[in-house]
Design a binder for this molecule. Structure first.
Ligand code: ZN
Ligand code: ZN
Length: 313
């Protein structure tokens, strides 16, 4: 038999299907046997056959390695909730979760797991599509198809910071400050936090209590993708403008059309030589009893905000 015939025989799913059907047919006798080991051994080739059949579903000209087949599958069904078992089928390997992680962290594909989506939506009250909020821990979703080529670099930073001393919040802040103005993902923040569930709450506190301008899709930057965070500048908002709950923040920004109430600057006009962002200002200062309600808050760009506070001094 020539090599080519061998190869085409290997890649013939119909032939393999018949072979598995035959094995299952013969298993009838195995099933009736009293001996457990005999039954198990008779099922082994069925499992192997199924695994190979799953691998054949994606032609080798599109993807030959397990990791490539997983990526091919995600990209064919972006923004679709995918079961881990589907990845088991197309990859043909037990440790598909590890390959998913590599795709995410080393290759920068925005694949989120049900675990991360859940923690994120709980902490941010993020407005996610219904099928995302119902995701189970065994599921995954490719959030968008933009491969982030800086991901590998950030991964190195994340790895270093993760091993350093300090609280989860310190580490997350360190990671943000190493990536000012750059998009980072919830998956990365979770990793920096040593996979501790509290990561999403700590991120929210950095914004609401410590005044770091960490923006997400639902807290000021509707242009960002789901699961993306940006520390917009390496500065904290003035002490008296902190402690604003996320839902109030969202309402005020929405009401003001994501523009500065004074100069009408919006993030669409952002450029590196004028790196401002939007902050919320208390009309009556929080320290003087001004409340965290939308009537007492307005959206200002950092330039107008600084100007206003200088005047007040
Ligand atoms: Zn302004
Ligand atoms: Zn202010």
């Amino acid at each position: 038999m020539s090599n080519q015939t061998k190869a085409s025989r290997r890649a013939d799913p119909e032939r393999l299907r018949l072979k598995i059907a035959e094995l299952i047919e013969n298993f009838e006798a195995g099933l009736r046997s009293d001996e457990l080991r005999k039954k198990v051994l008779a099922l082994v080739p069925v499992f192997r056959g199924l695994r190979n059949l799953g691998k054949m579903l994606i032609p080798t000209e599109y993807a030959s390695a397990a990791r490539d087949r997983i990526l091919y599958y995600f990209r064919k069904y972006p923004q679709t909730v995918i079961e881990g078992d589907e990845l088991l089928v197309v990859s043909g390997i037990q440790e598909y979760a590890r390959r998913v992680r590599e795709l995410r962290v080393q290759f920068g594909w925005a694949i989120a797991s049900g675990v991360t989506i859940k923690e994120m939506s709980e902490a941010e009250h993020a407005e996610l599509p219904d099928d995302f909020t119902r995701m189970k821990t065994s599921q995954y979703v490719l959030l968008n198809e933009d491969q982030d080529r800086e991901a590998a670099l950030r991964w190195n930073t994340a790895n270093t910071i993760r091993k350093e001393r300090g609280s989860v919040r310190d580490k997350i802040l360190r990671f943000f400050r190493a990536n000012v103005g750059r998009k980072v993902t919830g998956e990365e923040l979770r990793y920096v936090a040593g996979n501790k569930t509290e990561w999403a709450r700590r991120v929210r506190e950095l914004r609401t209590e410590f005044g770091w301008p960490v923006a997400t899709k639902s807290t000021g930057r509707p242009d960002l993708g789901i699961g993306v965070y940006v520390l917009q500048a390496d500065r904290q908002s003035p002490e008296h403008d902190r402690h604003i709950p996320d839902d109030v923040r969202r309402e005020v920004l929405r009401r003001d059309g994501y523009r500065c109430s004074d100069c009408h600057w919006s993030h669409d006009e952002w450029n590196p030589s004028d790196p401002r962002h939007l902050e919320l200002h208390h009309v009556k200062p929080h320290a003087k009893g001004g409340e965290n309600v939308k009537e007492n808050l307005k959206t200002l760009c950092t330039v107008c905000h600084d100007k206003l506070h200088k005047k007040e001094k």
